[in-house]
Structure formats: C-alpha cells, structure tokens
Write a protein that binds this ligand. Structure first.
Ligand SMILES: Cc1cc2nc3c(=O)[nH]c(=O)nc-3n(C[C@H](O)[C@H](O)[C@H](O)COP(=O)(O)O)c2cc1C
Length: 212
C-alpha cells in the first residue's frame, strides 16, 4: 500500500469550546472514561517525551497509573534513560492517542518523583513477577544476555519466597504537573477541533480554540 494514499477521514464527533469543562482535569476525566468505555486496548498507554539538558529529546510509551488535580502519575526505573533525563531536566510532555475515538490529548508540564510512600502504595499492588522484575532489571542498561536476567529473576524469586518484597530505592513513580493541555478531536477534511488550555498562577486555567 502506498503510504501517501493511506488516510482516514474523521467524522465521529465534534468538540466545542462551550462543551468543554473549564477545568482541563475534569475534561480529561470525561474523555478518559469514554476511552475506557470504548474498550480500547490500553487506554492508559501514553507517550512520554523527555529531553536532555541540551535539548535532545527521547520518547517512549508508559502507563498512566493515576491522575488528579496534582497531575498525571506513572511508574518506572529511576535509573532508566527517562529517569536520568527527568533528573536533569523536569520538563516533559505526554501524548495519548485514542484512534478509535479519533482523539488525541497532549499535555506539557514539569515532573517530580513521588514520595516513597506513594510509590510503595502502588508497588505493593503489582503482581509478584513485576515486583521481582523491578529488582532484577536495571532498566535501559546494556544486557549482554537475556539468560542473565532470567537467572537473576529465578534467584530473587527464591530469595523472597514467603517474604514481603521491599520497594527498590531505584524504582518508583513520577507525577507530571500540567501547565498546558490540548484536546484534539478529528474532523472531516482535516478541519479538526483543538481546545487548548494554559495555566497561569493569577488566572488559573484559560482555554482557547486552535486552528487545525
Ligand atoms: C504499552 C506499553 C506500556 C509500557 N509501560 C511502561 C511503564 O509504565 N513504565 C516503564 O518504565 N516502561 C513502560 N514501557 C516500556 C517503555 O516504553 C520503555 O521501553 C522503557 O521504560 C525504557 O525507556 P527509557 O530507556 O527511555 O527510559 C511500556 C511499553 C509499552 C509498549
């Protein structure tokens, strides 16, 4: 198939300024619920973009594990590439693509690590294999042989048999506190709807329509 001819026309829905919530987190909650109800494969999968201090970007998918007025939480290995980049430069962006709903949500903000208690509250709910994995893997470091990883997993599984697996110091959550959000609804002939929210300490949230 010729990629130049591969396109879809979007016609499912419209997004009006008047029909969006003044609070973008409330608007996100409405759309997230609709993504869940639509039984999308992983509605909480989002692209996380980070950058080095000298502006070299990198992006990858992570899972949203909670959101509220404070922001959007996800979990990872603090020693990973994203962890190192966020340690040096807290500016980051998130993107959700809910293709079946012809929707995109873009979020920009600053990221801070969660308190260890909050990371523990999530870590303890993870399946045993995932908790062991967080100890066994040094995310984003070179692994010369997969067998080494599997051996570490086997050793740690025996070691922690019948014991509570503690939270690794190198593992936990981050929360992105948003300063900007955009809700994108696909429309016909590429005349999409885009509602863009910005935050200022004096005026709180303000929203406008952007050109497609
Ligand atoms: C659907 C999906 C969900 C993922 N969820 C996470 C996650 O929640 N946390 C995480 O650290 N990596 C997650 N990953 C793996 C990351 O995309 C990435 O490979 C890993 O975090 C290393 O990235 P880094 O080297 O840029 O730090 C997920 C990947 C996919 C495809």
């Amino acid at each position: 198939v010729n990629l130049a001819d591969l396109r879809r026309d979007y016609a499912r829905a419209a997004l009006d300024l008047d029909h969006t919530d003044p609070d973008p987190l409330a608007q996100f909650a409405v759309w997230f619920k609709e993504a869940e109800d639509a039984q999308l494969l992983e509605p909480n999968a989002m692209t996380l973009a980070t950058a080095t201090v000298d502006g070299k970007p990198s992006a990858r998918i992570v899972l949203l594990k909670g959101y509220d007025a404070r922001g959007f939480a996800f979990f990872t290995d603090y020693r990973s590439r994203k962890g190192r980049e966020l340690g040096d430069n807290p500016h980051a962006a998130l993107v959700f693509f809910w293709g079946e709903l012809e929707r995109q949500v873009r979020i920009v903000g600053t990221v801070a690590p969660l308190a260890a208690e909050e990371s523990w509250a999530y870590y303890r709910t993870r399946p045993t294999g995932s908790r062991v994995g967080a100890w066994a893997s040094h995310q984003s470091a070179v692994l010369t042989d997969r067998a080494l990883l599997e051996r570490r997993v086997a050793e740690l599984t025996t070691e922690y048999e019948g014991r509570e697996i503690p939270l690794p110091a190198h593992w936990g959550g981050y929360r992105l506190a948003p300063t900007e959000l955009e809700f994108w609804q696909g429309r016909s002939s590429r005349l999409h709807d885009r509602i863009h929210y910005t935050h200022s300490p004096e005026q709180g949230w303000h929203r406008v329509r952007l050109s497609p």
